[in-house]
Design a protein around this ligand. Structure first.
Ligand code: GAL
Length: 706
C-alpha cells in the first residue's frame, strides 16, 4: 500500500520537532507496540507458560518486566537470584515478545529500611515512613542510591545482551519527596549551586520579612511543619530541588545503563501533569517519553483532559512518538469508588493516544493479581480468564493496533502552542495568594477544550522555548514569568503571531517576588492594557458585558474567581465589568498594531462558553483551522496524524459524518486519480461516502492508491 502525501496544513511536523529515532528501531520491526506490565514473580512458572501463549493470541509484542522485583532478586543484602528472570526472559523471547526491562529500584526490600532507616523518606511533619508498601526511599539517601546502583549494575550486565530486552525502564513513576536530614544537606548543596552565597539566597527568599535571615547554611531546612505560612520562595525552591533530586536519581541509573548498553533506549514512566516533577527539565534525559494515563471515568471532560495530556507527552519528546506505558483495561483500585470502563471505551482511549502520537499502547497489568493491594485492579487478563468480555476486548484492540502499522513514526503537526510551566504552577499553588481558586491546571484544561472540540492541533510548550513557527500562542496561567520567557512572547507577536494571555499572568519573577509597576509588567506594551489591582470576586462572580462587535454572544456573562482593575493603553476593549468594584474596567481586550500580530488579554475567568468564543475568534483571525473544519459534533474528536485522519466518537450516541467533510475533495471524483479513502481499522472504504460511528467507535482514514 502506498500512502499519498497530504497537501493539507496540519500534515507537517510541528516546529522544533526532532527527527531522532527513539522508538523507531523497535516499532519499525514490530509495528505499534502492545502489551503491559508483567509481574511473573507473583505466579508459578506453570502460569508463565500460559501467559506467553495468551499474550501471543492477544497480539502482545512488548511487556514491562521486573518493576517491583528487587526483593526477589536480592532476598538478603548482597545475595543475587536471577535464575527465575533468566527463565522468564527466555520464555518471552521464545514467543517473540519483546521486553522493556525495569530497574527494580522503586521498591527496596524490607531489609534495606530495617538495616538503614536513613534510606526511608521523612514527611513535612517529621514522620519517617515505613516499608510494607512501595516507594519507601529518600531520593537523597546515599545508602539507598548505592544499593540501587548495585542491583541495577548486576541486572543490566546480566541482561544487556539478552535478545528479549529491547528497552530499559528506570524505576517507576518517580515522585518521592523527603524532608529529612540527609535531604536537608542535599537541599543546601542545591541552594549553594543556585545562589552561590547566603547573601543572594537571603535576597531571593525575602528573608527580611518575618525575621527569617539566615546567617549559616546549616540553619536552612526543607520546609517543615511550622506555626504559620511558610516562606513562599523556600517552598518553591524545595519543589525545584525535589524535582531535580529525582532527576539526578533517574540519570544516575540511566547513565549506568548506557555505560553497559549504549544502544537500547532508556525511559521511565511519567504521570501526565504530575505536580512533583518538572517534566520539561527531564524530557531531554529520556530516549523515549512514556506516560501512565488513568483518566477519571467520572470526569465529564475526560476525553479532552486525556487529549491534552497526550499532547504534552508528544511535546515533551519534541514531536517524537511516545509510549502509553500504563492504563487500566477496566477499573483501577486506588480511588475510593472505582467506576469501570467498557472494552469499547478502553479501545477508544487507546486509539486516541495513537492519534496523538503514541506508538506503544500498554496497560497495567497483564494478569490480574490475586494478592496484594492491587488485587481488585483490572488487567488485560482478568481473574475470570480469557473467555471474558474484557479479555476479548483486549484481543480486539491488539488486532486493531496491528492494522495501524502505517501510522507508526508519523507526526502530528500543530500551529497552536499552549504554554505550561511547572515552577509557575508550583508558585501558584502556594499559600497566601489573592485566591486559592485560580487553578493553573484547570485553566489550562478549560482553554484547551474548545480547541479539542474543533479539532485544532495543539502542542504544549515550555515558556521560554522557541515559538517561531507557531501562529497562535495561548498562555492561560503564567503567574510566574521570567524575562526570557516574556521576550519570546513579545517576539512572537512582533513576528505577526497571535498571543492570548490569561489572568494573573506575569505577576511574579522566578523568586516569586511580585513585580512592581502596573501589570503585566513585562508585557504591558504587547497587550496594550495595564492593571493596578487583582480583585478576588465574590462567590456569585461579577457581571461582564460584551462590547458591540465582540466575539461573544450579545449580552453579558458572569466572570468568576478573579478580575483585574485594568485600563486600556491602546487595546480594543471587547468586554468590560459592569457594577461592583470593577465597574467599567476592561475584562477582555485585543491589541493589534500595524506590522505585528494580535495580543489578546483575558483578565478574568469567563464561563466556558464565553472563553470558547474568545479563543475561537482569536484562532480564526489567525487563520488556523481544525483538522476537519466542517465537522463539529459534540464528543467527536478529529485528529490528523501524518497521512491518517482519526475520527473518534466519545459521545453517547451514533455520529454520522460525511467523508467529504472530513477529507474535502476526496470522494467523487477522487482527489488523485486511482486513490481511494479507506479505514485502516477495517481495510474498507466508508460505505456511501459516510462514516457512521457508534458510541466509543473510531475510524482511521487514509487515502491510498488503489
Ligand atoms: C501506577 C503504577 C503501577 C500500578 C498502577 C495501578 O501508578 O505505576 O505500578 O500501581 O498505577 O493503577
Amino acid at each position: 500500500m502506498t500512502l499519498l502525501t497530504p497537501d493539507r496544513a496540519g500534515g507537517r511536523p510541528s516546529p522544533g520537532t526532532d527527527p531522532a529515532p527513539g522508538l523507531a528501531p523497535l516499532t519499525t520491526e514490530l509495528g505499534i507496540l502492545f502489551g503491559g506490565d508483567y509481574n511473573p514473580e507473583q505466579w508459578d512458572p506453570a502460569v508463565w507458560r500460559e501467559d506467553v501463549r495468551l499474550m501471543r493470541q492477544a497480539g502482545v509484542n512488548l511487556v514491562t518486566v521486573g518493576v517491583f522485583s528487587w526483593s526477589r532478586y536480592e532476598p538478603q543484602p548482597g545475595v543475587r537470584d536471577f535464575a527465575w528472570m533468566d527463565e522468564v526472559l527466555d520464555l518471552l523471547h521464545a514467543h517473540g515478545i519483546a521486553v522493556d526491562l525495569a530497574t527494580p529500584t522503586a521498591s527496596p526490600p524490607p531489609w534495606l529500611g530495617n538495616l538503614h532507616p536513613e534510606t526511608l523518606p521523612v514527611d513535612a511533619d517529621g514522620v519517617r515512613l515505613g516499608w510494607g508498601s512501595r516507594n519507601q526511599f529518600s531520593p537523597a539517601s546515599r545508602v539507598y542510591r548505592e544499593h540501587a546502583l548495585a542491583i541495577t549494575r548486576d541486572l543490566v550486565e546480566r541482561y544487556a545482551e539478552h535478545p528479549a530486552v529491547r528497552m530499559w525502564h528506570v524505576g517507576n513513576e518517580f515522585g518521592q519527596v523527603c524532608h529529612g536530614e540527609e535531604s536537608a544537606v542535599a537541599f543546601r548543596g542545591w541552594l549553594r549551586e543556585r545562589y552561590g552565597s547566603l547573601t543572594a539566597l537571603n535576597e531571593a527568599w525575602g528573608t527580611s520579612v518575618w525575621s527569617q535571615h539566615y546567617g549559616r547554611w546549616e540553619e536552612i531546612t526543607p520546609p517543615r511543619r511550622a506555626p504559620y505560612h511558610l516562606n513562599p520562595t523556600q517552598v518553591l525552591d524545595f519543589r525545584r530541588y525535589s524535582s531535580d533530586a529525582l532527576r539526578s536519581l533517574f540519570r544516575e541509573q540511566r547513565d549506568l545503563i548506557r555505560e553497559i548498553d549504549p544502544v537500547r533506549p532508556v525511559t521511565t514512566n511519567f504521570m501526565g501533569f504530575f505536580a512533583l516533577v518538572d517534566y520539561w527539565s527531564w524530557a531531554e534525559d529520556l530516549d523515549v517519553v512514556a506516560d501512565d494515563a488513568y483518566p477519571d471515568p467520572t470526569d465529564p471532560h475526560a476525553a479532552s483532559t486525556s487529549a491534552l495530556t497526550h499532547d504534552l507527552m508528544r511535546s515533551l519528546g519534541r514531536g517524537r512518538p511516545w509510549v502509553l506505558m500504563e492504563q487500566a483495561a477496566g477499573a483501577v483500585s486506588w480511588r475510593p469508588h472505582n467506576l469501570t470502563k467498557s472494552p469499547g471505551r478502553s479501545r477508544l482511549e487507546s486509539l486516541q493516544a495513537v492519534a496523538r502520537g503514541a506508538d506503544a499502547i500498554c496497560f497495567f497489568q497483564w494478569r490480574a493479581a490475586t494478592k496484594g493491594p492491587e488485587r481488585f485492579h483490572s488487567a488485560m487478563l482478568p481473574h475470570a480468564g480469557p473467555e471474558t468480555r474484557a479479555h476479548q476486548g483486549v484481543r480486539r484492540l491488539g488486532a486493531d493496533l496491528a492494522r495501524l502499522r502505517p501510522v507508526v513514526g508519523s507526526r502530528v503537526g500543530a500551529r497552536v502552542a499552549i504554554l505550561f510551566d511547572w515552577p509557575s504552577w508550583w508558585a501558584s499553588q502556594g499559600e497566601a495568594l489573592p485566591t486559592d481558586r485560580l487553578d493553573a491546571l484547570a485553566q489550562l484544561r478549560s482553554w484547551y477544550r474548545p480547541l479539542w472540540e474543533d479539532g485544532v492541533a495543539v502542542d504544549v510548550a515550555r515558556p521560554g522555548q522557541d515559538l517561531s513557527g507557531y501562529d497562535v500562542v495561548l498562555a492561560p496561567q503564567l503567574y510566574l514569568l521570567t524575562e526570557p520567557a516574556a521576550d519570546t512572547l513579545r517576539e512572537h507577536v512582533a513576528r505577526g503571531g497571535t498571543l492570548v494571555l490569561g489572568p494573573f499572568g506575569g505577576v511574579a519573577d522566578e523568586s516569586a517576588h511580585v513585580r512592581t509597576g502596573r501589570f503585566p509588567a513585562l508585557l504591558r506594551d504587547v497587550v496594550g492594557v495595564s492593571g493596578e489591582e487583582w480583585v478576588s470576586l465574590p462567590d456569585d462572580g461579577a457581571e461582564v458585558v460584551w462590547a458591540a462587535a465582540a466575539p461573544g454572544r450579545p449580552g453579558s456573562f458572569r466572570a468568576e474567581v478573579l478580575g483585574e482593575l485594568l485600563r486600556s493603553e491602546g487595546a480594543e476593549v471587547l468586554a468590560s465589568f459592569r457594577g461592583g468594584h470593577l465597574d467599567g474596567a476592561p475584562a477582555i481586550t485585543r491589541h493589534r498594531r500595524p506590522g505585528s500580530g494580535a495580543a489578546w488579554y483575558v483578565g478574568t475567568v469567563p464561563p466556558q462558553d464565553a472563553l470558547a468564543d474568545v479563543l475561537r475568534q482569536a484562532i480564526a483571525e489567525a487563520g488556523v483551522e481544525g483538522a476537519a473544519p466542517a465537522v463539529r459534533l459534540p464528543g467527536v474528536e478529529v485528529v490528523r496524524r501524518g497521512d491518517a485522519l482519526f475520527v473518534l466518537n466519545h459521545g453517547r450516541g451514533t455520529a454520522r459524518v460525511r467523508v467529504e467533510d472530513l477529507l474535502p475533495g476526496s470522494s467523487v471524483p477522487p482527489r488523485h486519480p486511482g486513490s481511494e479513502v479507506v479505514d485502516l481499522l477495517t481495510g474498507l472504504p466508508p460505505a456511501a461516502g459516510e462514516v457512521v460511528l457508534a458510541a466509543d467507535d473510531a475510524v482511521v482514514l487514509i487515502e491510498r492508491n488503489s
